[in-house]
Ligand binder design. Structure first.
Ligand code: 8YV
Length: 315
């Protein structure tokens, strides 16, 4: 059988090897005249080129969209489903890894790891000084989790080991999670007022776009740190710059930004009280391997007309 043409975001070699010779990979294009759009039967995507109605309409042979990741905010799932194209993603396998990274950013921001590392390497560090870089004590402090889904729950489990008081905000209270994890439901406003650390672990939807903006940042404590592991547009970046420069909040740790990457002259990049990582939430060896496998399984299922093992449902 001749290999099946699939359009894809750039893939690591290990992923290309995993897909094997049954697929023929074509680089991403949106040119409606291209052979790629005319012929490709599958899409593998993970990042920001939108998969929307016009793109789907330009792909008459398309059978499946397989997303390498859980977040599908860059895919118009309703448009795909209404055209009979199933969309697959990789839920579950990245919860632990993304929660690990949430804690990594929280701890690093709280305890000045980034600034401390730079200082310890610099010529200025010539003697130990007990008065420098005093951070916020994590143990026993209050963590507010915005979005207590699969990843948020893993964050709660880890934070419990630091004896943190755990607040959460979701669209609806989740009594089961409260019993299992010892988390307390709060309105977003109350969570922002009471938390020493606010961790964003929600998906990007219409409702969560700009969820943390000027008025919300003003509710936070001046000593509080904001951690964004969700998606950049959940936070209004102009308001965040203002809050960080005026002392409305103490600092932020961002694994995601809007846009991503930020333009190299963006004001956030020159602020000392910001820690930024390049979207590393799921970037651990075991997790990435499993994400590739799940993406490949969804792709193969869609190409051969079978139900996808992990299909995204529309609400
Ligand atoms: C990666 C993620 O961005 O799964 C998600 O939604 O944000 C991450 O795992 C990505 O999708 C890797 O391809």
């Amino acid at each position: 059988m001749s290999p099946c043409p699939v359009m894809t975001d750039p893939l690591p070699q290990s992923f290309v090897d995993l897909l094997g010779d049954q697929v023929e990979l074509h680089p991403w294009t949106t040119d409606p005249e291209s052979d790629t759009l005319r012929r490709c039967r599958g899409i593998i995507c993970y990042s920001h080129p939108a998969v929307d109605g016009p793109l789907l309409d330009a792909m008459p042979e398309l059978r499946v969209v397989s997303n390498h990741g859980v977040g599908v905010d860059h895919i118009d799932v309703a448009a795909a489903v209404s055209r009979g194209i199933p969309v697959g993603n990789t839920p579950g396998c990245l919860d632990a890894s993304t929660a690990d990274m949430t804690l990594a950013l929280l701890l690093a921001a709280a305890r000045n790891v980034r600034i401390g590392d730079r200082y310890a390497r610099s010529p200025e560090f010539v003697h130990y000084d007990p008065s420098i870089l005093i951070g916020h004590e994590v143990t026993g402090s209050t963590l507010g989790i915005v979005g207590l889904g699969r990843i948020g729950r893993e964050v709660a489990r880890r934070a419990a080991a630091f004896n943190m008081r755990l607040l959460y905000h979701n669209r609806r209270p989740d009594p089961e999670a409260e019993a299992a994890l010892g988390v307390e439901y709060c309105s977003l406003e109350e969570l922002l007022r009471q938390s020493d650390f606010v961790s964003l672990n929600c998906p990007l939807t219409e409702e969560t776009t700009g969820l943390i903006s000027g008025p919300q940042l003003k509710l936070m404590r001046s000593s509080a740190l904001l951690i964004n592991m969700a998606r950049g547009p959940v936070v209004d970046h102009a308001a965040l710059v203002e809050a960080l420069t005026s002392g409305t909040i103490a600092g932020a740790a961002l694994d995601v930004t809007d846009p991503e990457p930020l333009p190299r002259d963006h004001p956030l990049l020159s602020l000392e009280n910001v820690l930024i990582t390049p979207h590393l939430g799921s970037a651990s060896d075991r997790t990435r391997r499993r994400m590739m496998e799940m993406t490949a399984e969804n792709l193969q299922a869609g190409l051969s007309g079978r139900a996808l093992p992990w299909q995204v449902m529309t609400n």
